[in-house]
Design a protein around this ligand. Structure first.
Ligand SMILES: *Cc1c(COP(=O)(O)O)cnc(C)c1O
Length: 383
């Protein structure tokens, strides 16, 4: 019998055309545009994941991540997986069945943390705010007094609403009650001020495709001393082998104990992305994001458009714009993509159909992109 008899009948052996990808200007909630230098790094040849060259690259990534997170935490590494994987890593390592978890929910990603903590056996309570609003220290204080949580989780930059949560007043409240604070910094790391050590954050995680100018695929995370202690005091093993930080720290630490094969090219990309963060300097990078966001906000206002979030807690890396009455949300987004190659996003959850979400993150946060988008919106809204 010929070889073809071993193939399943039906699908014809069509050879696909060689891949050609359309050029897009990514101004949505992520992924954002990847810096060309990062793309170049990703095209480098593979080495083995225990090759001395790669081991050194792992160290360089950890060192650069410490700078980017503004921390001296030993346990600082990228999880293989996207931001959600880093979120789940935080949850499975900090929460044991029956542990009290207070999750601050003022958008889609807060609810995701709550859902995860419940799935992993946590005794979850949520503190709710309307989408677009932020939490005050008093609200957190009351909830902490009432519930005495072991873990409090909060999102610094809610990508679903465009609100920027201030963190530094919250940590002392959580610590005074003996808890630990987990902060989602997926849309803030590398884009808006985040100071893990100064703000005394215990667990902080992020993703590579928002403000770090890399493709999706890795989820940087850092654990402070209190969180390490929680990890050591666990009575039960971490329920997910892949996300077990005690094992991962042996792979990323000096023992180099095999745990999984690190995605080599994703790590090349992250190293290059972090190199560019350091080259630009964190503070310049934060100002660039703010400057371009303000240019966008002014331009939107000039077009008669209104932002969904009040200016004092508006997030520079993601802006939610109210879809004006009589305007077809979907049609504007489709025409932006088809006629201008610009991607923005619609609303999520309770903001579905009500707002557009415009991201100015990482390499996408450039003056020329703001001009392109404002011109395009002007043309489309005038029609
Ligand atoms: C994007 C995002 C996530 C999830 O990250 P993925 O890379 O999509 O898995 C989590 N939290 C926030 C705030 C986000 O913006």
């Amino acid at each position: 019998m010929g070889d073809q008899n071993n193939l399943i009948p039906g699908p014809s052996p069509r050879v696909l055309e060689k891949l050609v990808v359309p050029k897009r200007i990514l101004l949505g909630p992520g992924p954002s545009l990847v810096d060309p230098q990062v793309l170049e790094a990703m095209a480098c040849p593979l080495v083995g994941h225990l090759d001395p060259f790669f081991l050194q690259l792992m160290d360089e990534i950890q060192e650069s991540l410490r700078y980017t997170f503004q921390t001296r935490n030993r346990l600082t590494l990228p999880i293989s997986g996207t931001g959600t994987a880093a979120m789940e890593t935080s949850v499975v390592n900090m929460v044991e069945p029956g542990d009290r978890v207070l999750v601050c929910v003022n958008g889609y990603f807060g609810s995701r943390i709550a859902e995860m903590a419940a799935r992993h056996g946590g005794d979850v309570r949520t503190l709710q705010r309307r989408w677009g609003e932020v939490f005050t220290p008093t609200q957190i204080q009351e909830a902490v007094d009432e519930f005495s949580p072991k873990v409090v989780a909060i999102v610094q930059a809610e990508t679903s609403t465009g609100a920027l949560q201030s963190i530094e007043e919250i940590t002392p409240i959580v610590h005074a009650a003996g808890g630990i604070l987990v902060v989602d910094a997926v849309t803030s790391l590398g884009g808006v001020p985040l100071r893990v050590d100064e703000w005394d954050i215990d667990v902080c995680y992020s993703g590579t495709q928002k403000c770090l100018g890399c493709p999706p695929g890795l989820g940087p995370i850092t654990l402070g001393p209190r969180a390490e202690e929680v990890l050591h005091q666990r009575k039960t093993p971490v329920s997910a082998f892949y996300f077990d930080l005690s094992l991962l720290s042996k792979y990323w630490g000096t023992e180099r104990m095999y745990h999984h094969t690190a995605p080599i090219t994703a790590n090349y990309a992250l190293r290059e992305g972090l190199r560019l963060v350091a080259e630009e300097g964190l503070e310049s990078r934060w100002s660039r994001h703010r400057r371009n966001a303000e240019k966008l906000w002014d331009g939107l206002e000039a077009l008669g458009l209104r932002c969904h979030v009040e200016k004092p807690h508006r997030l520079p890396t993601l802006t939610t714009v109210v879809v004006p009455p009589g305007i077809d949300d979907l049609q504007v987004r489709r025409r932006l993509l088809e006629e201008y190659a610009i991607e923005i996003a619609g609303g999520l959850g309770e903001l579905k159909g009500k707002v557009w979400r415009i991201g100015l993150m990482g390499y996408s946060s450039r003056e020329e992109n703001v001009d392109l988008l404002l011109d395009a919106l002007k043309n489309l809204l005038n029609k």
